[in-house]
Design a protein around this ligand. Sequence first.
Ligand SMILES: [Zn+2]
Length: 432
Amino acid sequence: MENKRQEFMDRVDGKQSELIALTQELIRIPTLNPPGEFYRDICEYLENRLSTLGFTTELVRALGTPGDSQKYPRWNIVARREGARAGECVHFNSHIDVVTIGQGWTKDPFGGELEDGKIYGRGACDMKGGLATSIIAVEAFLETWPDFNGAIEISGTADEETGGFGGVAYLSEQGYFSPARVQHVIIPEPLHKDRVCLGHRGVFWAEIETHGRIAHGSMPFQGDCAVRHMGAVMAEMEASLFPALAKKRTDMPVIPEGAKQSTMNINSIHGGQAEPEAGFTGLPSPVVPDHCKMIVDRRFLLEENIEDVEAELRAVLEKVKSERKDFRYDFTPIHSVIPSMTAKDAPVVTTVAEAIEAVMHKKAEYVVSPGTYDQKHIDRIGRMKNCIAYGPGILDLAHQPDEYIEVIDMLDAAKVMGLALAELLTGPSPQN
Ligand SMILES: [Zn+2]
């Protein structure tokens, strides 16, 4: 086994130029989301690549999911390679979409330039580098252990950056992540090559609207200013809610440190006259705002429950109402995700942690992501609990200009992934 493991790792090193080329080619397919472009193209590219490795491939369109249209169909690919005999299935899931380019690039965002051992481009680290890494890992694994047990699956899925409804959520509903079909899931998000990511915090988004009465701005006493009412809401949040959130600490190993507590972001506030278009040189008109809307983005912990999170926000509004004349509001929850955390002794966790130690000669670090990713759907809809994120790259680079992935990190992570496969899929078959 030790010889085999060394043989496998040497094979990965021998595939360095193949890994670079694959990553570059994936970056060069500009799968921007929104709107969700070139999904079909990248799925067909992956289909060709994985077919040559003996995978059976399925292209699945998430018909009717948010954003799916004739112009921007939500395509996904699921590829499966059966082993020589019965056993468990290990699934690598990567999202194929990338976020908008943004300002500040010095490299071509879709060029896949290689410089000083780094490959640059939108999606290089989040997460086409991770996808390429898993493919190269599987390729070297198949050459080393051709008669493995069970099965290997690789999927490329749509829309993770916009909630995953046309991707992993849809596939989960169709049974692709049911425990009967898949026993271990690894999501190669860029959490760093020596970390096992167990899950993520929860999310609760709501819209708060305050109501007023329109009037001429020279006689505000004849109206009722909705923006001032919202100011009172914010003052109460500062006085009671934010300090209370800062006191809620979690035992989840969330990174970075600042996210080891409950947090809330005020995502936006709009009240009164809309921002004028760029170039408009006129003056605003004098009007008392009759409504004001705020979107809040509350991130919560495993130790909290979503009903309490909602009740806490409602309590802020009720307190303001009890103290403030004519205060009227609406409160509308718009989105929520329950926290997900895989047990530290789950088989996929211990296997990947051991592989990290073997490759990196240091203990694996266990982390939880401050934001969510597709694990939520695999957990809630797929009912598959044995799932982690493990992949090369630095999370802080995701969504930034000049995003890159280091080739050495991809090689190391490919070795970890392949050794984990060897542990789970070779040796005596569990069925024998
Ligand atoms: Zn990602």
